[in-house]
Design a protein around this ligand. Structure first.
Ligand SMILES: Cc1cc2nc3c(=O)[nH]c(=O)nc-3n(C[C@H](O)[C@H](O)[C@H](O)COP(=O)(O)O)c2cc1C
Length: 192
């Protein structure tokens, strides 16, 4: 083995950069969240967001029971960073984005090509963070990022977040088809 130990470093970066929105004390508030997870793939679909306990947005998610997860493209990098730098506690972020209405009342960002509104399913408490697990109620996408009715990552051009470099990255090239590239090995292992 020629590996260096990194204590208990999180090796799961890059992660998707998202903007989470909630109504807080009657105003829309947004913060940047890179700690997002897919909790199950099926119906219903659950997503998780890990928010530090001190964030202003948490108050609104607890109050309303709903939040939005907005996926910005590369051109929204400045606004994405901004809402992750300042807190709604002392800065009004309600007019940073153009908004639209959905089904839940959570504030939805028009400039983001993919937007999901979620209803809180449960909250998992940790000493420093709260993980909100939300059921997706509705997903909205711009036609410009779709191919064959599905979200096309190349068109979406999402921002990836990397903790080591503390930088936003973009996607590279596709590598191989999933659930297909390994088929030859599967056949060989089975002796087929
Ligand atoms: C790129 C980026 C990623 C971030 N990811 C997270 C995250 O996953 N969880 C978290 O609690 N805060 C994260 N933050 C920090 C919050 O977005 C930031 O503290 C924000 O100002 C809190 O806003 P609020 O107090 O208005 O809720 C991130 C910030 C940036 C710039």
């Amino acid at each position: 083995m020629n590996k260096t130990t990194l204590d208990a470093a999180n090796g799961l970066y890059p992660s998707l950069t998202t903007i989470v929105g909630a109504m807080v004390e009657g105003k829309a508030n947004f913060l940047t969240i890179a700690h997002v997870g897919i909790m199950n793939h099926g119906a219903p679909q659950y997503l998780s967001i890990g928010l530090g306990r001190s964030h202003y947005t948490n108050i609104g998610i607890h109050e309303s029971g709903v939040f939005s997860i907005n996926v910005p493209s590369r051109e929204l990098v400045v606004k994405t960073d901004y809402v992750g730098l300042v807190s709604g506690k002392n800065t009004d972020k309600s007019d940073v984005f153009e908004l639209f209405q959905g089904k839940t009342g959570a504030p939805l960002i028009a400039e983001c090509p993919v937007v999901m509104e979620c209803r809180v399913e449960r909250v998992v408490e940790f000493s420093t963070h709260e993980v909100f697990v939300g059921e997706i109620v509705e997903t909205y996408a711009d036609e410009t990022v779709l191919s064959g009715g599905k979200i096309d990552v190349a068109k979406l051009d999402p921002l990836l977040f990397d903790m080591s470099s503390v930088k936003y990255w973009s996607l590279g090239q596709e590598v191989a088809p999933c659930w297909r590239i390994g088929k030859e090995m599967k056949r060989a292992v089975r002796g087929e």
